[in-house]
Design a protein around this ligand. Structure first.
Ligand SMILES: Cc1cc2nc3c(=O)[nH]c(=O)nc-3n(C[C@H](O)[C@H](O)[C@H](O)COP(=O)(O)O)c2cc1C
Length: 229
């Protein structure tokens, strides 16, 4: 979706933990919207995410939802259970401001408007966790002694991890706007100065704005994309 994150709410009913607009929260709590705005000014815990045009997205369980997405995504298989994908959630304007200078022009507005932007990164030293996550000894040493195998494993399985994350986010009713239009070295320098994690791609997570979106493009048919031998 080149224009913005897709409006999944028109296809999938919102999950119990999904972000809600102020009118939805007002209806659920049976209080007027102006009372909610008053609460926001008085209680720092009530912090809606504001999107373009000042539209609010409440986040009572937003971190729980990100955790749930991660937990679903982490069940996706990776070779030798290596799990090299890492996720950095940019949830505040300040955190997002650190990313904006690296974005291509076409990706700026949709990123500013998204409730959360995720940096999908790859842990180049993923193998340090092998004693915890693999049932046979010696895996860490094998990767340490074979940098080509470690790199290939990190790249392939780190990308799988990002893909599992997108499918999990869409499965719980959020949408994802993935992006590769940005300057990877700039993001690495800003967020991962020690070089251990390396940026792979970005994902805007939230609900798309119907007024900014084009319809989902067609997928290749089964006959075009497969062979049965
Ligand atoms: C790795 C990756 C990089 C992408 N980069 C961009 C991007 O830089 N800007 C953009 O607007 N869309 C980007 N997209 C979005 C795709 O164009 C979009 O996901 C695709 O057309 C499928 O549509 P859907 O997301 O509605 O299912 C990217 C998608 C992926 C998976």
């Amino acid at each position: 979706m080149a224009a913005a994150v897709q409006p999944v709410e028109r296809r999938i009913e919102k999950s119990a933990q999904a972000f809600r607009t102020i009118s939805e929260v007002a209806t659920e709590l049976d209080v007027p919207q102006h009372v909610l705005r008053f609460w926001e000014s008085k209680f720092s815990q009530v912090r809606p995410l504001k999107r373009g045009g000042g539209r609010r997205y409440y986040r009572p369980e937003d971190i729980d939802l990100l955790r749930r997405i991660y937990e679903i995504a982490s069940m996706g298989p990776t070779s030798m259970n290596t799990q090299p994908a890492r996720f950095v959630f940019l949830t505040t304007p300040e955190a997002k401001a650190r990313l904006l200078p690296a974005l291509s022009a076409g990706n700026l507005d949709k990123t500013k408007g998204a409730p959360v932007t995720v940096i999908v990164a790859t842990d180049t030293r993923f193998f340090q966790h092998m004693p915890q996550i693999w049932h046979k000894p010696g895996a860490r040493e094998n990767f340490e002694g074979n940098p080509a195998m470690a790199t290939g494993t990190a790249v392939r399985n780190g990308t799988l991890g990002g893909a599992y994350f997108m499918i999990a986010a869409r499965a719980v009713g959020l949408d994802c706007g993935p992006m590769s239009g940005f300057d990877i070295p700039k993001v690495n320098a800003e967020f991962f100065p020690d070089g251990r994690w390396q940026t792979n791609f970005l994902i805007n997570v939230g609900y798309g704005d119907d007024t900014l979106l084009f319809d989902r493009n067609p997928r290749l048919a089964f006959e075009q994309a497969t062979q049965i031998l």
